[in-house]
Design a protein around this ligand. Sequence first.
Ligand code: FE2
Ligand code: FE2
Length: 280
Amino acid sequence: MEETITARRFIATLGMDIPRHWLPGNEVVSSLLNAYTILVPANEAFYIRTLNGCLPRIPDGALRARCEAFLRQEAQHGVAHKRYWANLDAQGYAYRGVERVVERCVFRVMDRLAPLWLRVSLVSCVEHINAYLGYEFLSQSILADADPRLRDLMEWHFAEEIEHRAVAFDLLQAVSPCYPVRMLGAAMTATLFHLLLTGLAGWLLAQDRLLWRRATRTQLISHLGAGHEMGRRSFEHLRDYLAPRFDPYCLPGADALAAAVLTRLGAEHSPSVVPMAPRN
Ligand SMILES: [Fe+2]
Ligand SMILES: [Fe+2]
């Protein structure tokens, strides 16, 4: 199976009146996705540097073309999420120092110290995490009641993560198909991703003086447990990734979910998302 990857721009206006907790009644999920928004630009810039380092060595023209399409999508994700930083600034959150530290002490250090095969393995695993997060948020309609502007931003990103979910894994198979390389990348990425995301979300909640509330604990337990079941589901998706015969396409119904979102957001009257002109 080979996917079609279309680069799109997110053009909807993100007004300054978006509430700081834009998923009503769920400050935990709002803060987790605000943390995601803060981490996306540096994270995706790391993918771009890593794949650009690989491309000249990839003899397979079809894979190279898929990587180039992937890079165009990722570049737009960074641009769109960074637009929301103006809202976070206006809401008074202090996060830019933390973001700079993560950029310099995690991603730039990886650039310098980690060999290319390991960096590709890190990208492959984080792309699996992005894809299954997107799949869970879309299939469970977790953002159904969210502010529609943030819902559109997140769901567009999630849909494209589903669309290009196999590219980084296929690149890893081309660069280093050795199973321990996948395991090492998965162990490092899963640890780092969850530490950064939950640490930053906790810091945002602490600034709102909501971190130690009983309702926050209840929301977190519901998100990880009986509500969205993200604890068990994340564990199962990560276990799938570690199966020797892992197939990135094995998310039942994922393509239809992504297509429905992209059709809704690209509707002719006031689209939130527009396709970019193909590159020659
Ligand atoms: Fe992305
Ligand atoms: Fe991605």
